[in-house]
Design a protein around this ligand. Sequence first.
Ligand SMILES: NC(=O)c1ccc[n+]([C@@H]2O[C@H](COP(=O)([O-])OP(=O)(O)OC[C@H]3O[C@@H](n4cnc5c(N)ncnc54)[C@H](OP(=O)(O)O)[C@@H]3O)[C@@H](O)[C@H]2O)c1
Length: 428
Amino acid sequence: MREPFRIALAGLGNVGGGVAQILLTRGAELSQRAGRKLELVAVCARDRKKRRRADISHIPWISDPLALAATQADLIVEVIGGEGDPALGLIEAALNAKKSVVTANKALLAFQGAKLAELAEQRGVPLRFEAAAAGGIPIVKGLRQSLITYGIDAVHGVLNGTCNYILTQMEASGRSFADVLSEAQARGYAEADPELDIGGGDTAHKLALLAALAFGVPPDMSAIRIEGIRHISRADIAFAKEFNYRIKLLGIARKTPQGLDQRVQPAMVRLGTALADVDTVFNAVVAYAGAAGPFTFEGRGAGEEPTTSAVIADVVDIARGESGPAFGRPATDLKPLPVAPPEAHIARFYLRCDVRDRPGVLADIAGHLAREDVSIESMIQRGRDPGEAVAIVMVTHDCSETALVRALQAITASDKVLGPPCMIPIEG
Ligand SMILES: NC(=O)c1ccc[n+]([C@@H]2O[C@H](COP(=O)([O-])OP(=O)(O)OC[C@H]3O[C@@H](n4cnc5c(N)ncnc54)[C@H](OP(=O)(O)O)[C@@H]3O)[C@@H](O)[C@H]2O)c1
């Protein structure tokens, strides 16, 4: 066997605790796979007194994360988290000290990924981040190493377990978004501050990384249109089912003739397809790999074990000597593509307008849509007593999102609707 491979671990929380435990309990088997002994040589977290799941009492404790870069370690695992320091400072210091880095930090890489990838290449050491996009699912490796022959046309993903859990529970129980969110928080499936998840930001962080791997662009949060799930109602979920769809928060990156379209958006996906059927806290990604066709990756996108599994896979790869650029191409070759304008998004759309049931309302809405060249494929209107609130629900034929938004602005401005209409694209 070659000389031992020394690992320093920054962060001992959900993920770091799992990584420490696996290195200490399954080290022998993993060392066989790596072809050299894996040794945990230093750990770092905030609170030394906190009880940890793994017995790390014999591992040197370093209080300052940045000081890990000055240890004997060959590789630093960064699982502290956060967009800035100390995670950023630690990764920079580690790379500058020619130490390999494995991180699960999507928030940081979504903003600093290109810069850090370039630094890693300049210093001749690998930077790996399998756990940062879709937890335990090997989609980063899939896009970086496997699906490279025909290029990628599009990547569609259900990338946030919290949103998926909420939408799944809303459908299963018929309860409101607010009710299900409170329950998810009580059960630990949603953070006390859930905005990053339900607002779509977390999905966008992961999408930025997948787009970089798939299309050779630098991760760029400013190129992603982000919409969360807060406005999705019980009614939308029930109507989706009537039309044979399910609502999922999707991260979508796809090539169009006008540029790269990157969106995080609730979308209707047809029942029986891979993305519609991924339930609760699971994630799924479909990569459309040109002539090779679509490939579906599914599994647990978060949690201690799946995330630990992805981190350890990166560690073993690097210990074996696998290197190569972080995003699958030299960092200096990552070039932005033009951002596809909203009019490049042509799709069928689901529309719900809440109206007071009066004669002429439907004709009025249809008129605004027709003026923007939006035609209706199907419609549901449940009868109520005249004058009562009622939902008019439509599915459009293919139309431009921009034209539809203009029509909806006109509909909202009229006195016929009770609030802004809900519009959800139908994907696939
Ligand atoms: N949890 C998941 O399912 C999951 C999935 C995919 C990716 N990730 C990513 O993995 C990373 C870690 O997530 P996590 O869930 O493990 O977080 P966590 O449970 O909050 O753990 C964070 C760890 O970092 C330590 N820490 C925080 N600030 C520090 C500082 N200034 N100096 C030294 N140590 C510090 C904490 O120390 P103390 O323990 O002493 O407080 C804790 O051990 C994040 O980037 C996250 O996005 C997580």
